[in-house]
Design a protein around this ligand. Sequence first.
Ligand code: UDP
Ligand code: GLC
Ligand code: MN
Length: 412
Amino acid sequence: MPAPHVADQAFVTLATTDAYCMGALVVGKSLRHYGTSRRIVVMVSPNVSLEARRPLEFVFDEVLQVNVLDSGDRAHLSWLGRPELGVTFTKLHCWMLLRYHKCVFLDADTLVLSNIDELFEREELSAAPDAGWPDCFNSGVFVFRPSLHTHTRLLEHAAQHGSFDGGDQGLLNSFFSDWAVTDINKHLPFIYNLSASAFYTYLPAFQRYGYDAKIVHFLGGVKPWHCSFNPQANQDSGSQLDQYVKLWWEEYLRQTPPTVATPDPRELSKMKHSAVTAAQTPPAPPRVQPPVSDSLPPEVHVPLPSRPPPAPTDLTIHVLPPPAPPTPQNMHTDLEEKGSDWTGHQDPPPGEGGGDSWAEASSSASAASDEQPVESEEEKQKHRRLWEEGHMDYLGKDSFQNIKKKLDRFLK
Ligand code: UDP
Ligand code: GLC
Ligand code: MN
């Protein structure tokens, strides 16, 4: 028998673009799939199209429109390697969902793998360690209590101190600054926020504990909706990451209630294109103060008519390249030149220090591919130097496919 609906608690996610709506839809569907007894809410920004909102209407209890809050903090975002993440300040609006007493925020790039309602036993602010700096929590999954008071204090904190990563995670970590040292109950086990970077930074632990993963977080510049594939192709041979991407797609295509209108995969190229375009668009000029005066408008529920679900066809596509390599147009400082990697953080390449740098890793992956000739030692060193200087060859040796090959090798 399903658990009673707990009406004053909710899972919350956010999408400020049509592409992130695809992710939000999967968050909602996967929560439903595992029979959550809590309400599920998605915040969308005004620019999100009706086509992208419509399927959300069928899966979420509430689709709420919120204004975009953007830190506009290019300097700090360049350290993160993700200039587009200033808009993650929009997450802060979740503290305004006052009809709920307790909530769990989930990034739109997460996939729920089991019932996770036990998270509501935790207190604000509970979160899992960030794989890149475990004394910080990762803000892709966190337990919080909506409160006008906290919301106001967060905005004041942002105005006074900004965010050390230009996004919500830097702000939230400096606001909830005792997370690392006070209450261990506020440290969620890593299986509640298993990020792709963990797959290669500590593979034995992943093999030991990963089977119990409850939430996978596709953290970084490349999201599952940028990758599509033939589900048959990786049935036997895929890496764990492939398997999670496959699960993501299965969830995306799952017809939850009979009327759910999942956007036609043939339309996806448009959305994928818009995601990539957004990532390439130069961010707004820096502002002296974060624009924190932007307030939450009255919550708007957008009822939309249904339409018949389209047939999922043409799923065998390709993996889009990761965000554009630096160009004279988007290059500003040396720091900004350091492009994002698979994890989205400036993670050290796997094996660094052990003589197997990410550049070498990536060049050996290239060497294994059909297109690339085997590199000489000199070429490898040059490649490594270019990588370390931030000049990635995203369309060649450092292409997503080659990096993925290397990940697969690490995982096997
Ligand atoms: N987000 C969004 N629009 C954007 C960027 C981010 O709606 O253009 C939201 C979305 O919920 C996303 C979250 O902010 O999951 C954090 O961004 P992302 O997951 O890309 O960051 P990462 O976890 O990769 O560092
Ligand atoms: C992180 C988190 C993400 C957050 C971003 C910006 O890597 O995964 O949730 O929005 O940093 O702070
Ligand atoms: Mn994320």
